[in-house]
Ligand binder design. Structure first.
Ligand SMILES: Cc1cc2nc3c(=O)[nH]c(=O)nc-3n(C[C@H](O)[C@H](O)[C@H](O)COP(=O)(O)O)c2cc1C
Length: 198
């Protein structure tokens, strides 16, 4: 059987953040299932998320050469079955680091514009500070899920999974036992990985 390959892209300024710990948990669980995992830590790799003139698509030329960093990072997606994007929810969206990664690396002529996207599956995992009830009440769950799945369809990605871990700040919904609350979040992250191998 061909072994599964997973590529985790994540962004958080702190290497000891809950987001970072979630990435480690996912990596550990995937490895436990025999999945080969590689990780792109956007902050500590020195990635520049600001799209410059050199990154701008030339709509008449899908073969445009972008900066070497863009081609190198896009090349890292090749041969991957699952791309997992892990991020803290900031202003009901992803951090600028992730947005810039998508703008620059998943570029015209590489990720779209006649090319087949390299991976069959993309999983988005957002850590949400507040409660699920509030997130749903204001339409954010539907909004973000449709947005990210729509982006996946545009790229021709076979499977897009959008998941959220709620209450990451741990102050809403009368959480009394914080330790078990956070253990529950780690368990949910492991279960997302388990679902991929079923
Ligand atoms: C700039 C910024 C914006 C944020 N925006 C939101 C938001 O829109 N909704 C929300 O529920 N939490 C929001 N949060 C809280 C984060 O989602 C929360 O801190 C994060 O999920 C916790 O993970 P961490 O410890 O790895 O940072 C925001 C936090 C920051 C720093």
């Amino acid at each position: 059987m061909k072994s599964e390959n997973m590529y985790i892209v994540w962004a958080h300024p702190r290497a000891d953040s809950l987001t970072a710990q979630m990435v480690q948990e996912i990596q550990k669980q995937a490895t436990h299932h025999g999945i080969n995992v590689s990780v792109l830590d956007l902050y500590r790799s020195g990635f520049n998320p600001v799209l410059g003139v050199e990154d701008e698509p030339d709509w008449s030329n899908p073969d445009k050469r972008y900066p070497a960093e863009v081609h190198r990072l896009f090349g890292e997606l090749k041969g991957k079955d699952t791309i997992m994007i892990v991020f803290p929810l900031w202003w009901y969206s992803f951090p600028a680091m992730i947005k810039g990664y998508l703008e620059r690396v998943w570029n015209f002529g590489l990720a779209y514009g006649g090319q087949k996207f390299p991976a069959k599956r993309v999983c988005w995992l957002a850590l949400v500070g507040g409660s699920e009830a509030r997130f749903e009440k204001y339409g954010w769950k539907k909004n973000m899920t449709e947005y990210l799945q729509g982006a996946g369809s545009y790229l021709g990605i076979e499977e897009s999974h959008v998941d959220f871990l709620f209450n990451t700040i741990g102050v809403e919904e009368d959480i009394t036992d914080r330790e078990s609350h956070y253990q529950g979040l780690f368990k949910q992250a492991r279960e997302k990985v388990d679902a991929l191998v079923r």
